[in-house]
Design a protein around this ligand. Structure first.
Ligand code: FRU
Length: 515
């Protein structure tokens, strides 16, 4: 007998679950410690968050939903938290949008995306998650794709509709999640990530005419990396290259990829490939897998299209257990919203949306004097939330490593954003961190970048994070950084040689309103 979709089977009262979850977050919020809580990045007012979900612009407002565990600062039964904004500058906390209340999502409302239907109504596709043994992942999981509709213009109320795609469990090694929906040539497409029965990472494409009945179409991407067993949070979108040709960018968060050189240094790694695609066919890659962000804390990005722009948020994943912020009543923040485009070099670039400039409250242009060999020059005595523009004159710089020490505190700890001339990289180095994970991450510069006159660093320092954009979004590195007590200085540093500065500008940043 074939199933008629959607399948809707409530087991708990959704409103009651939402009210309980609000109380959970409120309790954590009351005790929250703000030493590392972001001023200008999205975070929950309490609890654990992960992936950005349901990103959209709807009826004049920007919406960011996110995976939320409202009862603790570690991952747990997933809900959807919600913030929104009229201008992508000032944000407000909206009520929690979804809690597990149906049989098929009883252990979590997992990640998903938003889409506006032909009637102009907002819909959400997400994954319903159940543990096979009812308690943990030791016996695998049963995941299905679900639908919910927004019930009001502010997308505050979400009405669950139930399951629209069940899992063909014999073909799948229990991972089957994270739907992304869009319309292509008059047909609705839904892709999601799969771990196949033989443990390979794939992305499957389904099509639909009515957005409720979905038919499996084909495997749109089969990861050639044999170590990769699951592709989480797939995303797939067209961008025009410099010749006006359409390229497709496939984005996924690969589980299982192994570290090699500067690549795949995080526990799981989010990246992309550029290529071509025609509906009904597999994606044809023209590049290798490349990281979207080379920092220590980046995962599960999602993009959406609005105002003719392709905008992407990532989750700054703490990865390692017992991240310092977990003892402060909250855990996890989003990156800044980034606009995606293909550069002159044919590669994907991501830069903060121009709205970010509206967060500047003071601007200090520093005289661009050279920094002597082994000198450290104070730039700002106490920088809590700042944006720093540093243009390095590459040809006149002789230092083997030079750049910015941020979150420099009286105990001697700091995080170093530096150009490493020997390795030909830009690094975010947390070797001198007093708390949290140490080590460094590197973005490898191209030969063209290394022989250019100038290297442009654009560094956003929030209370507990550093986001470094290199050469107008050609590379990005996002890492948490947990400054110690006392003033948080910014210094310029040059090691074993001089640093020639073309430009140094600092902007104090105001709050986005979520504190
Ligand atoms: C990625 C992810 C998704 C899943 C969600 C659960 O970080 O594992 O695949 O839907 O988080 O919270």
């Amino acid at each position: 007998m074939s199933t008629t979709y959607p399948v809707y089977s409530p087991i708990r009262n959704h409103d009651e679950e939402l009210a309980k979850a609000e109380t959970g977050v409120d309790q954590l919020d009351l005790e929250r410690e703000d030493r590392w809580y972001p001023k200008f990045h999205i975070a929950s007012n309490g609890g654990w968050i992960n992936d950005p979900n349901g990103l959209c612009r709807y009826k004049g407002r920007w919406h960011v939903y996110y995976q939320l565990h409202p009862y603790g600062t570690q991952w747990g039964p997933m809900h959807w938290g919600h913030v929104s904004s009229a201008d992508m500058v000032s944000w407000r906390h909206d009520p929690i949008a979804m809690a597990p209340s149906l049989e098929e999502e009883k252990d979590g409302v997992f990640s998903g995306s938003a889409v506006i239907d032909d009637e102009g109504k907002l819909k959400f596709y997400y994954t319903g998650h159940r543990w096979n043994n009812g308690k943990d992942d030791t016996d695998g999981q049963w995941q299905v794709q679900m639908l919910a509709d927004a019930t009001d213009d502010d997308a505050i109320g979400l009405e669950k509709k139930g399951v629209v795609i069940d899992c063909p469990r014999e073909k799948v090694d229990s991972h089957f999640r994270d739907p992304k929906v869009w319309k292509q040539d008059g047909v609705w497409h839904l892709i999601h990530g799969v771990s196949t029965a033989d443990h390979r990472g794939q992305i499957w494409d389904y099509t639909s005419e009515d957005m409720i009945n979905w038919t499996f179409q084909n495997v749109v991407f089969d990861d050639p990396d044999p170590d990769v067993f699951m592709l989480e949070c797939p995303d797939f979108f067209p961008l025009e290259d410099k010749n006006g040709d359409t390229k497709w960018v496939i984005v996924f968060s690969a589980m299982g990829s192994k570290a090699k050189g500067y690549m795949n240094r995080n526990e799981n790694n989010a990246g992309y490939m550029i290529g071509t695609w025609n509906p009904g066919e597999a994606f044809k890659p023209e590049t290798e897998f490349r990281l979207l962000d080379c920092g220590a804390n980046y995962y599960a990005p999602q993009s959406f299209e609005a105002d003719g722009r392709r905008i992407m948020y990532g989750w700054m994943s703490p990865f390692s257990e017992n991240a310092p912020m977990q003892s402060d009543g909250w855990c996890g923040q989003m990156t800044l919203p980034r606009e995606c485009f293909l550069g002159e070099d044919g590669d994907l670039h991501t830069v903060p949306v121009p709205e970010t400039d509206k967060l500047r409250i003071n601007t200090f242009d520093h005289v661009a004097r050279p920094i002597e060999a082994n000198e450290e020059a104070l730039v700002d005595e106490d920088a809590e939330a700042v944006e720093i523009e540093l243009n390095i004159n590459l040809q006149a710089t002789t230092a083997e490593r030079a750049g910015l020490k941020v979150h420099t505190t009286p105990d001697g700890s700091y995080t170093y954003v530096a150009y490493d001339a020997q390795a030909g990289t830009v690094v975010v180095d947390r070797q001198a961190a007093a708390r949290g994970d140490r080590g460094y991450r590197a973005a490898k510069l191209t030969d063209e970048e290394l022989s250019a006159d100038e290297l442009k660093l654009h560094v956003y320092v929030d209370r507990g994070s550093v986001e470094a954009y290199v050469n107008d979004g050609r590379h990005v590195l996002s890492s948490y950084s947990y400054p110690s007590e006392g003033k948080r200085a910014v210094k310029l540093s040059a090691e074993s040689g001089t640093l020639a500065v073309n430009k140094l500008t600092l902007h104090d940043m105001k709050s986005i309103g979520l504190e």
